[in-house]
Design a protein around this ligand. Structure first.
Ligand SMILES: *[C@@H]1O[C@H](CO)[C@@H](O)[C@H](O)[C@H]1NC(C)=O
Length: 293
C-alpha cells in the first residue's frame, strides 16, 4: 500500500512538473525571531541555529505555542513542520491565521496525531464572522513525522488556498455573490501550537494520550511571512490590489493545480462538510463552487 502510494505520487509529480503553475514563490529560510514570538509556556520552546529551527514540546503539564508579531491583511504565509513522531495520539499541532475579535475570521490547519504507525489526519477549517463548521479532513501522501514539509496559506480577495508543499489541498473561493462571508477586512495574526486534545482528536476521544511517551516534540523552520502588515483594526491595506498575490494568476487555481486538488479529493479526503447531509441538511452555498473541482 505504502509503496504503491509512493509510485502514484512519483508518477503524478512527473506529470505535473511540465506545467508551470502559479505556485507562490519558494519561501526562504527565515528565522523564528524575525516574525514570531512565543505565546505561552516559553520554557517549552527550544531554539537551534540562532532560531532558524525550533521545537515545541508538550508534556502532561502544558503544551506551548507562538504567534506572529504583526497582523496581516492578505498574503502568503508558510512554515515547515516535522510532526510529533511515534505515538502522537491525542496531540494536535496547529498552524492557523486568526483575527482577534469576537466575530473572528480564521484559517486553520490542524494535524491530529495517532498511534505509532497509524496515519495523521490533517483537518482544515475556515471561520468567517465567528462561524466555522467548514471542516475537511485528509490523510497525507507521506509520513509527516519523517521530514520537514511546508504548509502554507495563500489569502487574497479571491480565494484562500491551503497548500501542502506545492499541492493545493483546499480552496475556499470568495462566494460573496452567493451570500457567503469571506475574510477581507479583519487583519489576522499567524499562530502555531502543540497541545493535548485527547478528548476529541482521536476518533472522538477513543484513544488517549500516552503520557509515558512524553515529551511530544514538533520541529519547525522556515518562518516565511509575505503579507500586508496592518494594524489590528485596519479595514484595508494600503497596497491592496498591487501585490503579487493580487495578480491574475493567483486569483484562481490553474489547470495543473486543479488536477492536483482533484487528486487529493479522490485519494486522500476522508471528510468534507460539503457532503455531510446529516450535519448540514442543506448544501452550504460555497460548496456549489466546491463541486466544480
Ligand atoms: C488513526 O488511525 C486509524 C487507524 O488507521 C484511523 O482510522 C484514524 O483515522 C487515524 N487518525 C486519527 C486521528 O484517529
Amino acid at each position: 500500500m505504502a509503496s504503491s502510494l509512493w509510485f502514484l505520487c512519483l508518477g503524478f509529480s512527473l506529470l505535473a512538473s511540465g506545467a508551470r503553475g502559479a505556485t507562490p514563490r519558494k519561501p526562504v529560510d527565515v528565522p523564528f525571531g524575525r516574525g514570531y514570538v512565543p505565546t505561552w509556556a516559553f520554557d517549552h520552546i527550544k531554539y537551534f541555529n540562532g532560531g532558524s529551527e525550533i521545537q515545541l514540546s508538550l508534556d502532561k503539564y502544558t503544551g506551548t505555542g507562538f504567534q506572529s508579531k504583526g497582523s496581516y491583511l492578505f498574503g502568503h504565509f508558510s512554515m515547515q513542520i516535522k510532526m510529533v513522531p511515534g505515538d502522537s495520539a491525542g496531540t494536535v499541532t496547529a498552524f492557523y491565521l486568526s483575527s482577534q475579535n469576537s466575530e473572528h475570521d480564521e484559517i486553520d490547519f490542524e494535524f491530529l496525531g495517532n498511534r505509532t504507525g497509524q496515519p495523521y489526519i490533517l483537518q482544515t477549517n475556515v471561520f468567517t464572522g465567528g462561524k466555522g463548521n467548514k471542516e475537511q479532513r485528509i490523510y497525507l501522501w507521506f509520513d509527516p513525522t519523517k521530514d520537514y514539509h511546508s504548509y502554507s496559506v495563500l489569502w487574497n480577495l479571491y480565494q484562500i488556498v491551503f497548500f501542502v508543499d506545492d499541492v493545493p489541498i483546499r480552496v475556499f473561493k470568495n462566494s460573496k455573490d452567493l451570500g457567503v462571508k469571506f475574510p477581507f477586512d479583519q487583519p489576522m495574526k499567524i499562530y502555531s501550537s502543540l497541545w493535548n486534545a485527547e478528548d476529541w482528536a482521536t476518533r472522538g476521544g477513543i484513544e488517549k494520550t500516552d503520557w509515558a511517551k512524553a515529551p511530544f516534540v514538533a520541529s519547525y523552520k522556515s518562518f516565511h511571512i509575505d503579507g500586508c502588515e496592518a494594524s489590528v483594526n485596519a479595514k484595508f491595506c494600503e497596497s491592496q490590489g498591487k501585490r503579487w498575490w493580487d495578480q491574475k494568476e493567483f486569483q484562481d487555481l490553474d489547470t495543473a493545480q486543479f488536477r492536483r486538488l482533484r487528486w487529493v479529493r479522490e485519494k486522500f479526503t476522508i471528510y468534507n462538510y460539503c457532503t455531510d447531509r446529516v450535519r448540514l441538511p442543506s448544501v452550504p452555498p460555497e460548496c456549489q463552487r466546491d463541486r466544480d473541482i
